[in-house]
Design a protein around this ligand. Structure first.
Ligand SMILES: NC(=O)c1ccc[n+]([C@@H]2O[C@H](COP(=O)([O-])OP(=O)(O)OC[C@H]3O[C@@H](n4cnc5c(N)ncnc54)[C@H](O)[C@@H]3O)[C@@H](O)[C@H]2O)c1
Length: 434
């Protein structure tokens, strides 16, 4: 099939490359001319495992191209995916200006029947708004489909190629059938294609992210109670996870969730529920718990350094990205932590395998960036682990101890065990454990 994907970010680029991989002819469109120019030269603007190779292969085989010319892309395509950002607007709701602008501009370019597919995460009712905007601009026939994306950064290609499910909100059979055909190669392993109305499809994405965020905040609160009562959250987690009604995913306590999706989608869901006079109380708490949890390590650092405080202390940080295998720092817990450390008069020496360039854009020269994990440690008063990159899991502890001025580790992801740390002679703080 001939497909245009408008918005070549994490979702658009992955979706475009994966659709091309299955033999479709895909043109990825973006208004960011520098990004498109780079992609035309084979440069991938984000870090996502496997993406570079996938893009290279499909570019070489001429199934995947990049352009800023929306008009031509729409004319040449049967299906137009909208995968632009839906950031939090000033009032906390999802800002639909980019989605509606693409819908309008696509409508102007239409030259026959098109299926316009919303892949961006959008509040209930957006399909209707898109339909209205398109209808105003064209007399050609069209269908609007809601097809929320559930991929995770860091495993985006695997998730897109082998999804748990494909959700399609479509109100006319012609579009529904085209979408089923398009997704058939991705669901050969038996994953369901779920056909539903647009409102349910739109809400499914928010409900899924809200549920995952709820599990994280819930476990973070369990961990905080563990600390108060002297229980071990690792043991509690395993006991809870063994219950088949609950299962083991998303039960790891830590320094709070971040990224471009959970914080924004929780906020947007609170907002559109409130607009219908529904107060989504659990989600309000999920958000409040997460904000507090992002500062949990900072509080522990303050307590550890006591009266003298953090002024003049040199703090090493391992991990800046909001999670491993991405360079994304949007809403990353490392950001408020570093801001707090700097405000308290500490100096920060940070290392991340992929996110240093992004961090430079946020903190500039206020933070010192290390070439490798050990280089961040020299003379530091403590090591703080914020992101659980694999390379931090089995380090040379003797070397860490030698490089640090004081053998103190604050582990925001519980990647080591208290026994292990005791054996190596560290003062060790983690989340929800003795
Ligand atoms: N990142 C994720 O893991 C993820 C997962 C599932 C769903 N989503 C949702 O997908 C959507 C996109 O997210 P993302 O992370 O890929 O965003 P992103 O910010 O990485 O990319 C969005 C792209 O859209 C482009 N754009 C904006 N307006 C445009 C216009 N008028 N014409 C052409 N291009 C335009 C921007 O230049 C940018 O390159 C959001 O609604 C998000 O909530 C994201």
């Amino acid at each position: 099939m001939k497909i245009a994907v408008v918005g070549t970010g994490y979702v658009g680029l992955v979706a475009g490359a994966c659709l091309a991989e299955n033999g479709n002819e895909v043109v990825c469109v973006d208004k960011d001319a520098a990004k498109i120019k780079a992609l035309q030269r084979g440069k991938i603007p984000i870090y996502e495992p496997g993406l570079e190779e996938l893009v290279r292969r499909n570019r070489t085989e001429k199934r995947l191209t990049f352009t800023t010319a929306l008009d031509k892309a729409v004319k040449n395509s049967q299906i137009i995916f909208i995968a632009v950002g839906t950031p939090i607007g000033e009032d906390g709701s999802a800002d639909l200006q980019h989605v509606l602008a693409v819908a309008r501009d696509s409508a102007k370019a239409m030259n026959g029947y098109k299926v316009i597919v919303n892949k961006s995460t959008v509040p209930v009712g957006t399909a209707g708004k898109v339909r209205e905007v398109v209808r105003r601009e064209t007399t050609h026939p069209f269908s609007v489909v809601s097809n929320p994306e559930f991929l995770k950064q860091g495993a985006a290609i695997e998730d897109f190629m082998k999804p748990d499910r494909v959700v399609i909100g479509a109100e006319d059979p012609r579009a529904a059938n085209l979408m089923k055909e398009l997704y058939a190669p991705f669901t050969r392993t038996g994953a369901p294609i779920m056909l539903m109305d647009c409102a349910s499809a739109e809400l499914s994405k928010y409900a899924a992210n809200a549920m995952l965020a709820t599990r994280i905040s819930f476990m973070n609160e369990v961990a905080n109670v563990c600390e108060s009562v002297g229980a071990d959250v690792d043991q509690v987690r395993l006991a809870v996870a063994a219950d088949r009604r609950i299962g083991p995913s998303f039960l790891f306590p830590g320094v709070g969730y971040g990224g471009s999706c959970f914080p924004k989608d929780v906020k947007a869901m609170l907002r559109f529920a409130a607009a219908e006079k529904y107060s989504f109380q659990i989600l309000q708490s999920v958000e409040a718990v997460n904000e507090a949890q992002k500062l949990r390590l900072l509080r522990k650092l303050e307590r550890h350094f006591g009266g003298g405080g953090l002024k003049g202390k040199r703090i090493a940080i391992w991990g800046l990205a909001f999670k491993p295998r991405t360079d994304d720092m949007r809403e990353a817990p490392a950001v408020p932590l570093i801001q707090g450390l700097l405000a308290a008069g500490a100096t920060v020496h940070a290392y991340d395998p992929e996110a240093i360039k992004v961090a430079r854009g946020i903190f500039g020269s206020k933070v010192t960036y290390a070439e490798n994990s050990y280089a961040a440690l020299t003379g530091a008063d403590a090591l703080v682990i914020v992101t659980e990159w694999n390379e931090f899991r089995e380090p040379d502890f003797a070397k860490i101890k030698k490089l640090l001025r004081n053998p103190v580790i604050f582990d925001g992801r519980n990647i080591y065990t208290p026994e292990q740390m005791r054996t190596h002679g560290f003062i060790y703080y983690s989340i929800g454990r003795k």
